[in-house]
Design a protein around this ligand. Sequence first.
Ligand SMILES: Cc1ncc(COP(=O)(O)O)c(C=O)c1O
Length: 400
Amino acid sequence: MAPARALPEVQSPSNLEATQVPRCSVDRAISVAADLKARVTVTQPYLPPLAEFLPYLEKIWETKWLTNNGPFHAQLEAELCDYLGVRHISLFANGTIALITALQALRITGEVITTPYSFVATAHALLWNGNQPVFADIDPVTLNLDPDKIEAAITPRTTAILPVHCYGRPCELERIEATAAIHGLKIIYDGAHAFGVRRPRGSILNHGDLSVLSFHATKVFTTFEGGAIVSHDATMKQRIDYLKNFGFADETTVVAPGINGKLNEVGAAFGLLQLRHMEKVFASRAAIDARYRQAFEIVPGIACLPAPLDYTPNYSYFAVMVRPEYPLSRDELYRRLRANGIHARRYFYPLITEFPMYRKLPSAGRQNLPVAMRISGEISVCLFIRLFRRANRARSSHLW
Ligand SMILES: Cc1ncc(COP(=O)(O)O)c(C=O)c1O
């Protein structure tokens, strides 16, 4: 298992050199980005040196094994279990198919309580599985499902809870699990943002009945497209593996109406290579996160989400709240950033419940989701990964 990453040391303004951190307001940030003459995107994948990838490709060319549980696929499953500290992993072509398969694997029916403050795939997976999403409000600090609101949303038709570790910030696991235990509900955590997030007692992916990961290009760990289900026993892993391969148990036996959810060998090989670079990726992101926190500290009306205290984060997103004291509204700031080449995103906006396939659900009413509505209107997510590159060129050879 990989050694637990230490929480980054939080540096106080006084122990950082003036030259190291641009003492920037948002205006300063915009001008630095404009100087770069590059489009600054919300995140950027880490691509290891191409030369390191070529031997993997040569192997694939040599064996001509492109998909269907090939050697890189098997190796990545084993290495990810070890790296993440989980028992079983089933790789998938993407996180959405993994979510749908997780619901199938647990034979979830009826109503499922979930969050409106997520990427649409979370709720879409429920519709694809014929479940009724029941939206409950989020907690204003964790931005995850509020355990009290889950309790209030339970009906006789509820069978499961689908919480999201939003931005990789852990849900209130024990409270959610206590509620699920009392009411006999299953839990599938959408851990699309939560690769590598650990608490002192281990990976947060060990919680719930199943956890789902996304390895999409925007994620901290990527296989270009990809995803995974984390399960805790061999029987469940076997069922998931049947389901992701059309239900085939062997050459002539189909045990379930499965789907094609397999990750191919090129993606798996890229995952193996990327895994070798993850500590560097996390360290780079931690440095960027620390610089943002310090820079924004002096900007009235721009608030960062609280720094992690009791878990090891993965720095997958850098979200800022635009408060009323700030001279521009969230949307004005977003447009101004965009006009200057900074492609920040408004997350999650609109809320899932505003989309036509959800808005008529009783639980989708705005009055039911006041916190999610407010947060959806306040947050811009912007990890301007390249922003500080020039300012720190001398010292930042490890930054992207
Ligand atoms: C919270 C969440 N769930 C599910 C998904 C879907 O994952 P994928 O894009 O790999 O299908 C994403 C997306 O990227 C996500 O952010």
